[in-house]
Write a protein that binds this ligand. Structure first.
Ligand code: SAM
Ligand code: SF4
Length: 488
């Protein structure tokens, strides 16, 4: 029997111990009931979301639906302002930088929207061996990167033991005393023993996007008889992961498959259920939009999301779950990303992105569709992207300290929920940006970083947390003397 067939049988034998949390009728009723909300209703939800930022509460589905049904442009501006406010309250004005690293693209599934689908014969199928992977890591380290999300197709070549081995290899690469300090994972749903195997290698956040929570649509785009065709198996992937002891999990929707209003409410129900069952909400939420792929019909959907709507989607998610990080990837064009950065309270972004398998070390043009899952829109290098951030007064951060200091899962959540995490984010942001300036920055980034950004955020600490400011100043001196990896 083939690997996929055997696995499918095993998946179908899995007994789901959890209660279903997606109820179409309930979601549709809430969306219906909140049509054309009054100005007063929208403003009151905005105020509630702002106060939630300090209390660690999420909006209810009904409150979120009020925002989603807002039609007045002036009220949308209020929502965007609130999104920026909440982000600043919880995390401070820092943007955490990461790189996606595509390690293996063979896939046994046949998702209609994806360049890696098994029927896509034009795609070069590549699984990096450990030497090829080390070369990729060296290139990423040369650019200054410290955090990754490693991405895999679902295939016997990239099973749980390969994933574990690749994570171990990544952490093992040292170059000029630098190293990758956090490896997050985006990989297909697993069994609990497989989760325990990858946990042993010290993975950071485990990310699975449901793609669409709408079961009928899910079944249309993920053919029956494939592993991905098993809706429930995927819906409870993160429940199994938390139950197996993974600390941080992340949710996401692939926007463009179904009505975005429905999807956001469904993602909220997912977050609420993780909270209810494990007392740990999602560490991050992602909102990728379907992008062009080789040999895929990616534009035909009646639910395609416009540039205007993706900004609204990200802003509502920020208000809906104030304590959850939000990830905006280089799928989007640079001008869309710049606008979303201002209006949506984004907390994490990738930069210098190349999603071709082996793409960082080959240094190709960044859009070779026969080697990558989809086209990306933002091709700025890490340094150029940092320059754009600091010109806006933001603090670029390569921080990985929570994860390494044991601030994960239920140790992390209270810090984010009570908006005290910023007192760690800002110091660690300063220190990791300082290390970047010392080792990798262009002269322009160095100049603005040293004379404007670091003094600005240090001053903020001196005024609010003088003791922490003192510690950070000492650590900056240590970095100047050649010490690495200073964090609190
Ligand atoms: N194979 C694993 C799985 O299915 O969970 C990893 C997923 S895939 C390599 C990473 C994510 O890319 C998917 O979950 C999906 O949301 C997103 N994706 C797939 N096709 C896309 C496209 N055409 N445009 C943008 N994002 C896409
Ligand atoms: Fe994230 Fe923690 Fe670092 Fe803040 S200190 S940026 S929360 S990892």
């Amino acid at each position: 029997m083939s690997w996929a067939k055997e696995r499918l049988n095993k998946i179908r034998e899995w007994k789901n111990p959890y209660e279903n949390f997606i109820d179409d009728e309930k979601i549709n009723a809430v969306l219906q009931k909140t049509q054309k909300p009054s100005q007063e209703a929208v403003l009151s939800v905005i105020e509630k979301a702002k106060s939630n930022a300090l209390k660690g509460n999420m909006l209810t589905p009904e409150e979120t639906a009020v925002l989603l049904n807002t039609t007045d442009d002036a009220l949308w501006e209020e929502i965007f302002e609130a999104a920026a406010y909440i982000k600043e309250e919880v995390y401070g004005n820092r943007i955490v930088l990461f790189s996606p690293l595509y390690i293996s693209n063979p896939c046994v599934n046949n998702c209609s929207y994806c360049g890696f689908k098994s029927s896509n014969k034009g795609m070069q199928k590549i699984t990096l061996d450990m030497q090829g992977l080390e070369k990729e890591i060296e290139s990423l380290l040369d650019a200054g990167q410290k955090r990754l999300i490693a991405v895999y197709g679902e295939h016997p070549k990239s099973d749980a033991s390969y994933i574990a081995q690749s994570v171990k290899t990544i952490y093992g690469v040292k170059k000029d005393k630098s190293e990758i300090r956090r490896v997050n994972i985006n990989a297909a749903p697993m069994f609990e023993d497989e989760y325990r195997l990858i946990k042993q290698e010290g993975i950071g956040t485990y990310q699975v996007f449901q793609e669409t929570y709408h079961k009928a649509t899910y079944e249309k785009v993920h053919p029956k008889g494939t592993l991905k065709g098993e809706y429930e198996w995927r819906l409870f992937a993160l429940h199994r992961a938390l139950n197996a002891g993974l600390d941080d999990v992340a949710v996401g929707v692939l926007f463009g498959l179904y009505d975005y209003r429905y999807e956001i409410l469904a993602m909220l129900h997912h977050a609420m259920d993780l909270e209810k069952v494990f007392n740990i909400g999602p560490h991050t939420m992602s909102f990728p939009r379907i992008k062009l792929t080789l040999n895929s019909d990616t534009n035909a959907s009646a639910y395609a999301v416009s540039d205007k709507d993706i900004v609204k989607i990200a802003a509502v998610i920020r208000l809906m779950c104030p304590f959850t990080g939000t990830i905006l990837t280089a799928r989007e064009d640079s001008c869309v990303r710049d606008e979303m950065l201002k209006k949506c309270g984004i907390s994490q972004m990738d930069a210098g992105t190349n999603i071709g398998i082996g793409g960082y070390s080959e240094n190709n043009d960044g859009n070779n569709l026969s080697k990558q899952q989809f086209a990306i829109g933002d091709h700025r290098s890490i340094d150029n992207f940092i320059l754009s951030l600091i010109k806006e007064g933001r603090l670029p951060s390569f921080c990985t300290s929570c994860y390494r200091e044991g601030r994960t899962g239920c140790n992390f959540m209270p810090l984010a929920k009570h908006a005290t995490i910023k007192y760690l984010c800002i110091p660690n942001g300063i220190l990791t940006f300082k290390e970047y300036i010392r080792d990798y920055a262009s002269s322009e980034v160095k100049e603005i970083g040293e004379s404007v950004i670091i003094p600005k955020y240090l001053k903020m600490l001196q005024e609010n947390l003088p003791q922490v400011a003192g510690t950070v100043e000492k650590m900056i001196s240590s970095l100047d003397e050649g010490k690495n990896d200073c964090h609190i």
